[in-house]
Design a binder for this molecule. Structure first.
Ligand SMILES: Nc1ncnc2c1ncn2[C@@H]1O[C@H](COP(=O)(O)OP(=O)(O)O)[C@@H](O)[C@H]1O
Ligand SMILES: O=P(O)(O)OC[C@H]1O[C@H](OP(=O)(O)OP(=O)(O)O)[C@H](O)[C@@H]1O
Length: 194
């Protein structure tokens, strides 16, 4: 069986990190599903569990085939270590907190799936304020970015406006289905033709 990349995308504050964390806890011990850590050229903050790297380290990784995926957003570089590509080649499902812009730019293949986490504008604004990770200007920039990004064609769309467990369980169900049927699982309302 060939593995899959699953990019979990959506606007800032939709709950990508939270839903992924919930799913990772529920799938603890399931070796076929791997939740990728991100390398980001920014310092660590409460509420964002990533590996901080300098711009020089990021550039070095990029030119030495050290990154399976990379993109830039919000003034930072984001990278997924090349080791995860070996996990996909070995048949695992590797889940990435991804970028809508990056997913638009890559060629979505049989090995790539897109999960869209959504919430309405009011929830997004409330959650960014409650998270207190960004300055008011950075929050405004993140909210404004949503209007500039074309509609995302996703294999699975999860509305995260109720209990976190409801959204988390939908991601777990999707990942379990992806493990069994890697080529199916296309949501009807937002189907992507492969
Ligand atoms: N279903 C939910 N109910 C209540 N709060 C939530 C829910 N999902 C996420 N949050 C909160 O919203 C904020 C943003 O979530 P986060 O996972 O950081 O979003 P993203 O990674 O998409 O930017 C966090 O403070 C998180 O605790
Ligand atoms: O192209 P976009 O879909 O807008 O995504 C841009 C970046 O923002 C998110 O990261 P980050 O953790 O910095 O932000 P977030 O938690 O506020 O979404 C996401 O994981 C991407 O890396």
């Amino acid at each position: 069986m060939s593995g899959l990349w699953v990019f979990v995308c959506g606007p800032s504050g939709a709950g990508k990190d939270s839903v992924m964390r919930w799913a990772a806890e529920r799938l603890h011990g399931c070796e076929e599903v791997v939740f990728a850590r991100r390398m980001i050229t920014r310092a660590t903050h409460q509420g964002s569990d990533h590996d901080p790297v300098s711009a020089e380290q990021f550039a070095h990784l990029a030119v030495t085939d050290g990154l399976a995926w990379q993109w830039h957003a919000h003034g930072f570089g984001y990278g997924i270590h090349a080791d995860y590509a070996a996990a996909v080649a070995a048949g695992r499902v590797v889940v990435v907190n991804g970028s809508r812009e990056h997913v638009h730019a890559i060629s979505v293949s049989q090995r790539v799936r897109v999960v869209h986490i959504e919430a309405d504008a009011q929830h997004l604004a409330q959650r960014l304020a409650q998270r207190s990770r960004e300055s008011p200007q950075e929050m405004a920039h993140r909210l404004a970015r949503n209007a500039q990004i074309p509609k995302l064609h996703a294999h699975c769309t999860i509305l995260n406006q109720g209990e976190l467990a409801d959204a988390g369980l939908q991601l777990v169900d999707y990942l379990r289905a992806a493990l069994l049927l890697p080529v199916v699982s296309v949501d009807r309302a937002n189907a992507l033709t492969l």
